[in-house]
Design a protein around this ligand. Structure first.
Ligand SMILES: NC(=O)c1ccc[n+]([C@@H]2O[C@H](COP(=O)([O-])OP(=O)(O)OC[C@H]3O[C@@H](n4cnc5c(N)ncnc54)[C@H](O)[C@@H]3O)[C@@H](O)[C@H]2O)c1
Ligand SMILES: CC(C)[C@H](C(=O)O)[C@@H](O)C(=O)O
Ligand SMILES: [Mg+2]
Length: 366
């Protein structure tokens, strides 16, 4: 049984502990301000857990996660682990956790804060007002399909994976996406590769079937290659996108840059029971780890999603969103979202966390 108010924190590797320290600061502050009664437990996970215990997802961590209402994850992985046996790599720990907890619905919102229009990789007029939600299926598809492996065939090695989706897996992510679309702009674009893949043919058929229960939501379909192009051509045409595990992974990193940086994109991964894991969509960023410059806002916004989606504390979530908006309006930027404009104040990871806390405080005093 999951405990209603227990949050498990998994710092992970690389910049994970740096950004989690800031997420935790905000979580502690909001817990106190809003009297939320949350209890926090930090567990070892990913490469750090492999180093300490020989496995990226120790039983004790998995049990703590099972027993929690929500999980806040930093990031895992790094070059140090690329030579470890595949089943023991940090990424396998992450996939294991998603799968064990049944976190099939991955919500990745790409929202442009107006102050960051200049940091976007697209022209400001193409991204002004961007508010897109990518709904990525997270526990199926080619990430988990069998058979998989590398084996000797006809005197050479062959690598193979299987992209597989059952009707029920497609239906449940479809329902989740239609429900989300209904609460937003009522437009859902299902992204597939139906022109080539049988698995996508079934995906499209089931999406059309699910749409019969949502006559108020407009369903469109797009091939994934076109979707990638449309995302960088005219991203505002999209309201909600629903897609498979691999396509969603790729499209969400691309969408991140529309908002200024991958350091801005939070995510929620939910199961049927509403339990959730919350994490920035980026990785452990080995190239900047230890430098104190990682942008913690994606993690802080993941805390906001946790309050909104699992803990049903919309007011506290709104307060964090407002604090982040205020900090950006004040000109505070981590390096990744700085553009060299004179009104910008470039600050480090810790200072960004502090700025959000200060903005939350102002919100309370006001
Ligand atoms: N959920 C996760 O834990 C997760 C997600 C993606 C990748 N990974 C792992 O992370 C490792 C590195 O992967 P990668 O380099 O392909 O992707 P990455 O997302 O870690 O980094 C890509 C680029 O974005 C920058 N970046 C990422 N987050 C940032 C932030 N918060 N602030 C500023 N800049 C940021 C990095 O410096 C890097 O230049 C790999 O081991 C990968 O498997 C983990
Ligand atoms: C680290 C990796 C397993 C993960 C994924 O591919 O799902 C990451 O890229 C993500 O987007 O969360
Ligand atoms: Mg990814």
């Amino acid at each position: 049984m999951s405990q209603a108010r227990k949050i498990v924190i998994l710092p992970g590797d690389g910049i994970g502990p740096e950004i989690i320290a800031e997420g935790r600061k905000v979580l502690d502050a909001i817990n106190e301000q809003y009297n939320l009664g949350l209890s926090m437990e930090t567990c070892v996970f990913g490469g750090a857990a492999y180093d300490e215990t020989g496995t990226p997802l120790p039983e004790s961590t998995l049990n703590a996660c099972r027993d929690s209402a929500a999980i806040l994850l930093g990031a895992i992985g790094g070059p140090k682990y690329d030579k470890a046996p595949r089943e023991l790599r940090p990424e396998r720990g992450l996939l294991g956790l998603r799968s064990e907890l049944g976190l099939f619905a991955n919500l990745r919102p790409a929202l442009l804060y107006p102050e960051l229009a200049a940091a976007s990789s697209l022209k400001p007029e193409l991204v002004a007002g961007l508010d897109l939600m990518i709904v990525r299926e997270l526990t199926g598809g080619i990430y988990f399909g069998q058979p998989r492996g590398i084996e000797e065939r006809n005197g050479e090695r062959v690598g193979f994976n299987t992209m597989v989706y059952s009707e029920s897996e497609i239906r449940r992510i479809g329902i989740r996406a239609f429900e989300i679309a209904r609460q937003r702009g009522s437009r859902l674009c299902s992204v597939d590769k139906m022109n080539v893949l049988e698995v996508s043919e079934l995906w499209r058929e089931i999406m059309i079937d699910v749409s019969k229960d949502y006559p108020d939501v407009e369903l469109t379909h797009m091939f994934v290659d076109n979707a990638a192009m449309q995302l960088v051509r005219a991203p505002k045409q999209f309201d909600v996108m629903v897609t498979s595990n691999l396509f969603g992974d790729v499209l969400s990193d691309a969408a991140a840059m529309l908002t200024g940086s991958i350091g801005m994109l939070p995510s929620a991964s939910l199961n049927e029971a509403g339990q959730g894991m919350y994490e920035p969509i980026h990785g452990s960023a080995p190239d900047i780890a230890g430098k104190g410059i990682a942008n913690p806002l994606a993690t802080i916004l993941s805390v906001s999603m946790m309050l909104r989606y699992t803990l049903k504390e919309a007011e506290a979530a709104d307060a964090i969103d407002a604090a982040v908006a205020q900090v950006l309006a004040q000109g505070y930027r981590c390096q990744d979202i700085a553009t060299g404009q004179s009104e910008e104040k470039v600050i480090n990871t810790t200072e960004m966390g502090d700025a959000v806390i200060a903005a939350l405080q102002v919100g309370v005093d006001a």
